[in-house]
Write a protein that binds this ligand. Structure first.
Ligand code: HEC
Ligand code: HEC
Length: 492
């Protein structure tokens, strides 16, 4: 009898599970509804310059970009014979089709396709035989000789029969990391390359200099803080970026001189604010969908007061006839996929040293800001020199203590809120580029008191010598305690 009941119970559970899997009814928000677009961002330091985006009507008039099947690019010597000719015979094949998605797992798998999909395209010019891969990129070649990872231009895309294209700008391109043991982690802090402005080469033709200055103004111009003349002079006087530049990226709206580091997206569902400056409120999957929309280039066509960086003449993902957008279904799948990401297995041992480090963590009061279980209290902290208004105190989750790191990224950019968010310490063992602008290459460097010296040369991103300012927590520890603290952090 008991056995029968057990069987019935198990059967009921199985049936319930199958039904739950089958009955997944996606509740897809309208990502760009006017009523929600106002209010998904924290105001900028100059609130009257907070972006006014295109309207719902304008947005939904932009064509949706179908996602086509892509094919690997092989390293020289590994390309199957006749590969490119074979590809040219292929019909374009749309690989994201929401009408075919039934279970939640289907949606998540489809989200991975969106995550990996390139969204800007250029002609492929490789001759047959496979691509020459420079020595520093050889680690990205898989066992089958195909180039792994998602750096720009590493897959062929067929949107039209007979025409091979390469692409760039997929989420995976910046958010995929290769661990030393060869594991590829999607959603982690990317380490495939850096998008950092370097000084213009000397003897560059005048016309190219003009183009570069115009382009930089679209990406980084902040006319209410710096005139165009000052901006151009700063670009022409730019010092070279040095150090390990991987995992830092001067994305649009940030800064030529103070770029953000690329964050890991694993565990993002537990973060209340997105971006180092806490620009985007993360209240639901719809906010993440909006985040993806603005960062694919919509923000460059917004109005910041009367200033509109990208006008009709400037190519972005959204304007001109090439303008395309994600569908809400694609964005929803993308969000589910990002939320489903799991960290890789952590091989750092919870040793006695790490346990001692946990005590140091507690004694030093780190947990007040990096609060377990997520190792962030999810609050915003003001940068040096930023006065928190009563209005912000009402609307945001603020810890009114400045950790006194460099204020440029948050005070002098189009994404500047005046705040830096308290980052999560989960997964620091598979990250580099610490601090919002990635100046400290390792945790050891972040906790090295020498980094405060005026003539210090950072090992992460920097332009010339200078201290890594602020966040002095843990800098006065003994060698033993510091090592223990770091051992503990690497277990998170
Ligand atoms: C060209 C590189 C690049 C691409 C492509 C890219 N990202 Fe990012 N991503 C970044 C950088 C840099 C930041 C940090 C920005 C900042 O802090 O201001 C970031 C931040 C984020 C964040 C905020 C995380 C946090 O903890 O604050 C999310 C979420 C995110 N990206 C998702 C995506 C998604 C989804 C896509 C594809 C639609 C995408 N990214 C494409 C470079 C990129
Ligand atoms: C008052 C709040 C506060 C306290 C206390 C605090 N932190 Fe932080 N922590 C921050 C903020 C804010 C940042 C981001 C600063 C920036 O990038 O400008 C940060 C950044 C970090 C980073 C770099 C993370 C990354 O992704 O770049 C590490 C590591 C870190 N903290 C560890 C610690 C440890 C360990 C302690 C204790 C010894 C500690 N923090 C104490 C607020 C705090």
């Amino acid at each position: 009898m008991r056995a029968t009941l057990h069987v019935i119970a198990v059967a009921t559970i199985i049936v319930a599970r199958i039904c739950a899997a089958q009955m997944f009814a996606p509740d897809i928000p309208k990502a760009w509804a006017d009523k929600d677009v106002t209010g998904f961002e924290v105001p900028l330091t100059h609130p009257d310059r907070s972006p006014r985006y295109m309207t719902e009507k304008e947005y939904y008039a932009v064509k949706v970009r179908p996602i086509y099947r892509s094919y690997p690019v092989y390293a020289e010597g590994s390309e199957p014979t006749g590969y490119l000719d074979w590809l040219k015979q292929k019909e374009p094949e749309v690989v994201f089709d929401s009408s075919k998605l039934k279970t939640k797992e289907d949606w998540i798998r489809a989200g991975k396709i969106v995550f990996e999909a390139e969204n800007s395209f250029f002609p492929a010019t490789d001759p047959p035989g496979g691509r020459k891969v420079p020595p520093e990129r050889r680690k990205w070649i898989g066992k089958d000789g195909a180039i792994r990872g998602f750096a720009p231009g590493t897959v062929y895309i067929i949107r039209q029969k007979g025409v091979l294209e390469l692409g760039s700008n997929s989420c995976a391109g910046c958010h995929t990391r290769l661990l030393p043991d060869g594991t590829l982690i999607e959603g982690a802090q990317g380490d495939e390359g850096a998008g950092i402005r370097q000084p213009l080469p000397s003897g560059f033709p005048e016309e190219r200099v003009r183009q570069a200055l115009n382009n930089a103004w679209v990406l980084f111009g902040i006319p209410w803080i710096q005139t165009r003349e000052e901006f151009e002079k700063a670009y022409l006087d730019l010092k070279p970026a040095e150090g390990n530049l991987m995992s830092t990226f001067s994305r649009q709206g940030t800064s030529m001189t103070h770029p953000p580091h690329i964050p890991s997206l694993i565990g993002i569902q537990n973060r209340k604010y997105l971006d180092a400056t806490g620009l985007v409120r993360h209240r639901s999957i719809a906010d993440l969908m909006r985040y993806a929309i603005i960062n694919e280039g919509l923000d460059t066509s917004a109005h910041f007061g009367e200033f509109q960086p990208a006008t009709e003449q400037t190519r972005t993902a959204f304007n001109q006839e090439v303008g395309t957008r994600f569908s809400d279904e694609q964005l929803y799948a993308l969000g589910l996929y990002v939320y489903s990401l799991q960290p890789p297995v952590n091989s750092n041992p919870v040793s006695d040293v790490a346990r001692a480090g946990e005590k140091v963590f507690q004694q030093q009061g780190c947990g007040g800001c990096h609060t377990p279980p997520y190792f962030t209290n999810n609050k915003l902290t003001p940068a040096i020199g930023f006065q928190v208004s009563d209005e912000l105190r009402r609307t945001e989750d603020i810890l009114d203590v400045s950790v006194r790191t460099d204020p440029m990224l948050t005070l002098r950019t189009r994404r500047g809120t005046g705040f830096y968010k308290v980052p999560s310490l989960q997964g620091v063992w598979f990250r580099s580029a610490f601090g919002h602008t990635g100046q400290a290459d390792t945790l050891e460097e972040w906790f090295d008191p020498a980094r405060l010296k005026a003539d210090y040369v950072p090992r992460g991103y920097h332009r010339g010598p200078g201290p890594i300012l602020g966040h002095e927590f843990g800098l006065k520890l003994s060698q033993v305690d510091r090592r223990a603290l770091i051992a503990f952090l690497k277990t998170l």
